[in-house]
Ligand binder design. Structure first.
Ligand SMILES: Cc1ncc(COP(=O)(O)O)c(C=O)c1O
Length: 459
């Protein structure tokens, strides 16, 4: 039984569903005008036309001033920013959380890195499947004298190695401030890592940072059920517009655990110049340095409304169905000698995966086509896909069997380097192709990619 058939049981034939076909025509007709085949939803979602139109009407018909004042234009801005904050809280069922607006998910992760008390006997465990904006937190940990470790992945399906996690829970009992950071969904393999780890680690005295940036665009995250201490999100990944806004959700009972080392405009309730003293604001303002993006934050509320109108469960099933159709179609492609054209890294037959997959394409002798070549060929057909390591070196090191020794030799042999220098040194291929489906994807997009891939058969 093909993967598609297995999915059909739960999601029927949603990959051909009229609701989404109509949505595509209504909100994303610009794709057809320029014959785009967009398969990079994990990079950034596409904005529905109505969202932009409504937002421009809103801007056109109101006068907004900088918040943090009591004048009428300032109060109007504050009103809509706070309304958007409430909408975020409602969307994630997050009444136990402080919602801090940031520039993006990286900005949210930066707040955790900068302010988590690693200096007080800190220990950071990162999954090897993390975006670099999570990986970078290890620098704060190191610089503050904390220790860090990576939890490995299973080669076969790129899931987290449960044995390692259980051992860490047993062994790492002494550190005072322990933080486990992992993604709800891999931005590369699409694996959805179990959210049950959150409670398991918290019960053993850990704090948990859940990077939800790749998960929330197509799945509901209910923070009254799963309660990580910190959650990072970028809104353009959910509904495409606006860019430049994300948020950090911090559990209210962990808010004071983040120790802010400085202050900026908007983050204090009082500060003096003649006396070296200041009081930090006691709410989200503490971490929103300077002026928030008050003209665009209100669009977040409309974006979330739009998503609720579609229904996250419906979208989730649609994406599952499209992904199964994509995987099934690709795995059917074989050279005449029986060799596979496509190899997918990570799971192909499990339900707990999202709509992004990584793969490489191989010629009939079994040699991989470099991802740059595929990306260039796809681009010439107006297909937007992504090639490389996707800011997630851990997965790439696993997929391409790059050993710790090899990496150590490379890094100790020079002061600077880049991707091309490294592959020359290792004599190994790195990188892959990522395809991701989402809100506006139709079956026709997938068929178009499969048609393109088929041109490489028997080559
Ligand atoms: C899982 C994950 N985390 C974090 C980020 C960083 O998001 P941003 O670039 O919006 O800060 C991304 C971006 O692709 C991501 O996919």
């Amino acid at each position: 039984m093909g993967l598609l058939m297995k999915f059909r049981k739960s999601s029927e034939t949603l990959y051909e569903d009229d609701f989404f076909e109509n949505l595509r025509k209504r909100e994303f007709s610009r794709l057809a005008k320029e014959k785009h085949v967009y398969l990079d939803y994990t990079g950034g979602n596409l904005y529905p036309e109505s969202l932009v139109v409504k937002h421009f009407d809103y801007l056109k018909s109101n006068v907004f001033g900088n918040p943090h004042s009591m004048n009428p234009t300032s109060r109007l801005s504050t009103k809509y920013v706070e309304s958007a904050r409430k909408a975020v809280s409602k969307f994630f069922n997050a009444s136990d959380y402080v919602v801090i607006f940031t520039a993006n998910a990286s900005g949210a992760l930066h707040i955790v890195g900068e302010n988590y008390p690693f200096e007080e006997d800190g220990f950071l465990m990162l999954s090897s499947d993390n975006h670099n904006s999570v990986n970078g937190i290890r620098e704060y940990c190191k610089n503050k004298g904390g220790r860090f470790v990576y939890s490995p992945l299973n080669y076969e399906d790129l899931s987290l190695n449960e044995q390692f996690l259980n051992d860490a829970l047993e062994k790492e009992t002494s550190a005072k401030n322990k933080l486990f950071a992992y993604p709800a969904q891999s931005n590369v393999s699409g694996v959805r890592h179990p959210l049950d780890y959150i409670e398991k680690f918290q019960n053993a005295g850990w704090d948990v940072l859940l990077d939800a940036a790749a998960y929330v665009p197509t799945s509901q995250l209910d923070l009254s059920v799963y309660k990580p201490d910190f959650v990072s999100v970028s809104f353009y990944k959910i509904f495409g517009f606006p860019t430049g806004i994300g948020c950090l959700l911090v559990r209210k009972d962990k808010f004071s655990k983040l120790h802010k080392r400085w202050f900026a405009g908007g983050t204090v309730s009082l500060v003096s110049v003649n006396v070296d003293n200041h009081y930090l604001a006691n709410n989200h303002e503490r971490f929103e340095n300077g002026t928030v993006n008050y003209l665009e934050i209100p669009a977040i509320e409309r974006g979330l409304d739009f998503m609720e109108g579609i229904g996250m469960q419906r979208l989730n099933e649609r994406v599952a169905s499209l992904t199964a159709y994509l995987i099934d179609s690709l795995l059917n492609l074989k050279h005449q000698n029986g060799n596979e054209l496509v190899r997918i890294f990570g799971p192909i037959n499990r339900k707990d995966r999202g709509g992004n997959i990584i793969l490489n394409l191989y010629n009939h002798t079994g040699a991989a086509h470099p991802f740059e070549e595929i990306e260039a060929m796809a681009s010439s057909r107006m297909i937007s896909l992504r090639g490389g390591c996707f800011c997630n070196p851990g997965i790439d090191e696993v997929n391409n069997c790059v050993s710790t020794d090899e990496l150590a030799r490379y890094y100790t042999s020079r002061d600077k380097g880049d991707y091309y220098d490294m592959i020359a040194f290792l004599g190994k291929m790195r990188g892959a192709i990522r395809l991701s489906v989402g809100l506006a994807t139709t079956k026709a997009d997938i068929d178009e990619f499969v048609k393109f891939a088929s041109t490489l058969l028997d080559k």
